[in-house]
Design a protein around this ligand. Structure first.
Ligand code: ADP
Length: 184
C-alpha cells in the first residue's frame, strides 16, 4: 500500500506517518528527515542542501526525485510506503506517478491534513525541536512556499480522485482515527 501524507508545515504529517507505519507495517519515507540526517552527518548532500533548508526553501526537484527513486527501489519498500514531505511540487508528483507506473504499482491514497494557519504557526513554535527553520521568519517563508509550490499538488491528485481530506485539528488519536476511516 502506497500512502502519501500531505499538508502544510506543522500539520502533523510526521506524527501521523509514524502511526500509519506501525498500523500497516510499511516503512516511512520522509524527505525532510533524509535531508536533516545528511546535514547532521555533513555528507555532500547535507552540505548541498543545508542553506536551502535553513532558509525554508525547497531542494531542487532533480535532487529530491533522484533520492526518492533510489530509495523506493530498495526491497524494504516492496509492500509499500508512507511518503511524508514528498511530492512537494507538481513536477515531483509527475515523477512519482511515472515511477509507480513503471513498476506496476500506484498511489492508494493521498491524505491531506487541514489545519488553520494560526494553529500551524503556534504548533511549530511550541514543538521545540530546535530546528533552524522553526523561527517565525522561516515559518512564514515555508508557508508561502507551501501555498505557491506545494498546494497545486493537491489539484493534481484531485484530478485522479485520490484525495482524502482530513481535519487535522484534534488529538493525535482522533486525527489518526479519521485517517483510518478515510482509508477504509
Ligand atoms: P515541514 O513539512 O515541517 O516543513 P519537512 O521535514 O517535510 O518539514 O521539510 C523540511 C524541509 O526539507 C523543507 O522546508 C525543504 O527545504 C526540504 N524538503 C523536504 N522535502 C522536500 C521535497 N519533497 N522537495 C523539496 N524540498 C524538500
Amino acid at each position: 500500500m502506497n500512502i502519501i501524507l500531505f499538508g502544510p508545515p506543522g500539520a502533523g504529517k510526521g506524527t501521523q506517518a509514524e502511526k500509519l507505519v506501525s498500523h500497516f507495517n510499511i516503512p516511512h519515507l520522509s524527505t525532510g528527515n533524509i535531508f536533516r540526517a545528511n546535514i547532521k552527518k555533513q555528507t555532500p548532500l547535507g552540505k548541498k542542501v543545508k542553506a536551502i533548508l535553513d532558509d525554508g526553501n525547497l531542494v531542487p526537484d532533480e535532487t529530491v526525485v533522484a533520492i526518492v527513486a533510489d530509495e523506493l527501489q530498495k526491497d524494504e519498500y516492496i509492500n509499500g510506503v508512507v511518503l511524508d514531505g514528498f511530492p512537494r511540487t507538481v513536477a515531483q508528483a509527475k515523477a512519482l506517478d511515472h515511477f509507480f507506473s513503471g513498476n506496476g504499482s500506484g498511489i492508494d491514497a493521498f491524505v491531506t491534513l487541514s489545519v488553520p494557519e494560526e494553529e500551524l504557526i503556534s504548533r511549530i513554535l511550541s514543538r521545540g525541536q530546535g530546528r533552524s527553520d522553526d523561527t517565525p521568519e522561516k515559518i512564514k517563508t515555508r508557508l508561502k512556499v507551501y501555498r505557491n509550490e506545494t498546494e497545486p499538488v493537491l489539484n493534481h491528485y484531485k484530478k485522479q480522485g485520490l484525495v482524502k481530506e482530513i481535519d487535522g485539528v484534534g488529538s493525535i488519536g482522533e486525527i489518526f482515527d479519521r485517517i483510518l476511516d478515510a482509508l477504509n
